[in-house]
Design a protein around this ligand. Structure first.
Ligand code: AMP
Ligand code: AMP
Length: 224
């Protein structure tokens, strides 16, 4: 029998490299305060399943590059399939609520997130693992409790941006990025909190790069 040629060994090596190729550098895991989505000029609609809990909801788990750019809509042949996450729907409704109008069951939001962002991590996380990973990260971070432990409550009060960042760093071990938006009176408020996660989705990391955008030095934490 012939021993494998140098060429076939080289091809095997190439295939291994290609299969392991990372198509992104890290994830942003983005949590959203529903009170700050709803008190804006655009307003919101509760999902058909009812008003979500007064807790941070998941916005998404987004593959990103270290230069700040990101891939999107990576696989048109992998449309969102609700049947693949039927065992997660209860947790999805509670933890990943849609707030878009008109009121709907959330499948549109989840499908958008899978198709725009999730398909760019498909070589690592299939649809079920993608959503499960995000749900588990939210559980692990326990963000609202972390803030409340530091006396930062969603009570319509104002808190310094630095105290919010400090409380989150203290409670989770990781430096967050805080995104603000404005309410109907143009007050700057806590809208979304970004964490960074390694490409496996299993380990929080310090962010290689932060998104752009700024908050006032004191921001509102509106009720929901
Ligand atoms: P993305 O495309 O993943 O960057 O997310 C932005 C899109 O998600 C925009 O169309 C937003 O209006 C929408 N969006 C953000 N938060 C929510 C939410 N809680 N429910 C429904 N749609 C949302
Ligand atoms: P600055 O306050 O713009 O001088 O930024 C000081 C540091 O905080 C830099 O490392 C920024 O990347 C980071 N940073 C700026 N704005 C935010 C924010 N809204 N949330 C979290 N980190 C921020």
């Amino acid at each position: 029998m012939r021993s494998p040629s140098l060429l076939s060994l080289a091809l095997l090596l190439l295939a291994a490299v290609v299969c392991n190729a990372q198509d992104f550098d890290f994830f942003y895991f983005v949590l959203q305060w529903p009170g700050s989505y709803c008190d804006t000029r655009q307003s919101c609609c509760y999902p058909t399943s009812g008003k979500p809990p007064a807790d941070f909801g998941i916005h998404g788990l987004w593959p990103n590059y270290n230069d700040g750019s990101y891939p999107s809509n990576c696989d048109p042949d992998s449309p969102f399939d609700e049947s693949k996450i039927s065992d997660l729907i209860g947790r999805m409704r509670t933890n990943w609520p849609t707030l878009a109008c008109p009121s709907n069951d959330g499948v549109k939001f989840w499908g958008h997130e899978w198709e725009k962002h999730g398909t760019c991590a498909e070589s690592i996380l299939d649809e079920h693992s993608y959503f499960q990973t995000a749900l588990n990260l939210k559980n692990q971070l326990n963000l609202l409790q972390t803030l409340q432990n530091a006396g930062i409550e969603p009570d319509g009060g104002y808190y310094s941006l630095s105290s919010i960042k400090e409380a989150i760093k203290e409670g989770t071990g990781y430096t967050p990025f805080i995104e603000c938006n404005v309410d109907e009176s143009r007050n700057s408020q806590l809208y979304q909190v970004y964490f960074c996660v390694d490409t496996s989705g299993s380990q929080l990391i310090e962010c290689p790069v932060f998104p752009r955008g700024r908050c006032d030095s004191r921001i509102e934490f509106p009720a929901f």
